[in-house]
Design a protein around this ligand. Structure first.
Ligand SMILES: CC(C)(COP(=O)(O)OP(=O)(O)OC[C@H]1O[C@@H](n2cnc3c(N)ncnc32)[C@H](O)[C@@H]1OP(=O)(O)O)[C@@H](O)C(=O)NCCC(=O)NCCSC(=O)Cc1ccccc1
Length: 144
């Protein structure tokens, strides 16, 4: 059985520092809104630098938003010194990202041993799902 989420904790101090240390997410303008064990929310305002030649959101930008939500959700579950990493992340783009704020929500759907599976939905401001990702994470324990 999965442990319950800690609903009362939205972002511990160490998770805030962890989010700030994610240099590439910072470069992309991704903000971590919420992070608690097994659940995280990230958002990104679409700017010209995120666009592909068609003028819509680049696949990589949307992927990074989803990946950051996954990374925060899995690492919020681990004891200090542990590392939650992606071993596979598959994404489907259902609608183009056009403008405004995109929001990714990650939640753990299953786990077994060191593996944990996450679902990530990316929505536009209208609440439409523009992308869906499935991530398989591996929880590395602190080395003794
Ligand atoms: C996950 C695992 C199965 C680990 O299996 P294990 O049995 O525990 O493997 P082990 O620990 O033994 O290491 C294996 C080999 O690697 C080497 N090494 C390790 N660490 C370091 C290092 N720091 N620097 C240099 N080398 C290092 C190590 O020496 C060994 O080499 P060897 O074999 O002796 O020559 C493995 O496939 C893996 O690490 N895959 C890559 C996953 C990955 O990169 N995902 C994407 C990034 S995650 C992400 O972005 C999500 C996110 C988002 C936002 C925020 C946060 C997170």
């Amino acid at each position: 059985m999965l442990p319950p989420y800690q609903e009362d904790i939205t972002m511990r101090d160490d998770l805030e520092a962890f989010a700030r240390a994610n240099a590439f997410a910072q470069l992309c303008g991704i903000e971590v809104v919420e992070a608690r064990p097994g659940h995280a929310v990230t958002r990104m305002t679409l700017e010209d630098r995120h666009r592909n030649p068609f003028g819509t959101a680049s696949a990589g930008a949307v992927f990074m938003l989803a990946e950051t939500a996954f990374g925060m959700a899995i690492n919020a579950e681990l004891a200090p010194g542990g590392q939650g990493v992606a071993v596979n992340l598959a994404i489907s783009y259902l609608r183009p990202g056009v403008e405004g704020v995109l929001t990714a929500t990650a939640r753990r759907s299953a786990s077994g041993g060191p593996l944990a599976s996450y679902e990530v939905e990316v929505r536009n401001e209208e609440g439409e799902v523009i992308a869906h990702a499935q991530a398989m994470g591996f929880c590395k324990r602190p080395k003794s």
